[in-house]
Design a protein around this ligand. Structure first.
Ligand SMILES: Nc1ncnc2c1ncn2[C@@H]1O[C@H](COP(=O)(O)OP(=O)(O)O)[C@@H](O)[C@H]1O
Ligand SMILES: [Mg+2]
Length: 264
């Protein structure tokens, strides 16, 4: 693998004796949106923690493989140096500093980043999320769930990342708000930031992404252009909640019409 993007090669991770990732390889080419699909416990969050080097805070260790950005090894750096190198993570559960103001949350996000561009970054996030400018002096904990997710994304952008790691940004949000977050991810990408997107909402993720990977019990089992994965029976059945019509007809014959066809 080559290139100017983010490259994960043969990455293995354990939490003590628990092996959470086995030789995972993936690439986020510069300028791309790449998504990783997978059920609960598949290892998606672990993958992002390994890239951002925050794994040790959770008792995990990388046991093999490496991570590079534009040919530079990231997997020996402390977390703040990974941010400085151009990779910012939005952790799952939109963890903002609830007692701090919106403005102070954004200031904290800029700490690891490029000092020179701080004003530019603030202008950028206010452009993406005007509500954060309006609420600058409000405590972050008083924002709605969707606004807190916007703040979490904005905070990560303050460091001026080349690659943004997003861990289930739509989780727990109403469909309209999830769609707004999706639109914003598209806009962030259009502004030149690559995105590695983890999502339970596979339909949304496959609409946004150019490439997709499926992670199952710590291993990549499928990968390819997002459109190909969206069309694959396996992905449709397991992640898009589309019932295979033949199987549904068989089931209906076997058990009667109560097992009706459903679509996710
Ligand atoms: N801090 C931790 N300590 C021990 N095991 C963990 C920890 N975090 C995650 N795991 C385990 O690692 C596996 C992958 O978890 P995770 O990366 O959170 O999956 P996902 O984000 O896909 O739901 C699971 O088996 C989970 O139980
Ligand atoms: Mg997770």
């Amino acid at each position: 693998m080559t290139g100017s993007g983010l490259v994960v090669r043969d990455l293995s991770v354990g939490y003590g004796p628990v092996r959470a990732l086995r030789r995972v390889s993936l690439e986020v080419p510069e300028g791309a949106v790449v998504t990783v699909l997978g059920g609960n416990g598949a290892g998606k969050t672990t993958l992002l923690r390994a890239i951002s080097r925050t794994l040790s805070f959770h008792g995990g260790t990388v046991t093999g493989g490496d991570v590079q950005l534009a040919g530079r090894r990231l997997d020996r750096l402390p977390p703040d140096r990974v941010v400085a190198a151009g990779v910012s993570q939005v952790p799952e559960g939109r963890r903002v500093f609830a007692r701090m103001t919106v403005a102070d949350n954004l200031r904290a996000g800029a700490l690891g980043g490029n000092r020179r561009n701080r004003g530019e970054s603030l202008a950028r996030v206010h452009g993406l999320f005007p509500v954060l400018a309006e609420r600058a002096h409000q405590r972050a904990g008083l924002l709605s769930g969707g606004e807190q997710q916007m703040l979490a994304v904005a905070r990560a952008l303050m460091a001026g990342p080349r690659v943004l790691l997003l861990d289930e940004p739509s989780l727990g949000l109403a469909p309209l708000m999830a769609q707004r977050i999706a639109d914003t991810i598209r806009e962030i990408n259009a502004q030149g930031t690559s995105v590695l997107l983890i999502e339970q909402n596979a339909a949304l993720a496959l609409r946004l992404a150019t490439h997709a990977y499926v992670l199952e019990v710590g291993e990549v089992t499928l990968s390819g252009p997002a459109a190909d994965l969206a069309a694959s029976d396996e992905v449709r059945r397991r992640y898009l909640g589309v019932v295979d019509e033949d199987a549904a007809a068989d089931a209906e014959q076997a058990t009667g019409p109560t097992l009706a066809r459903w679509e996710g």
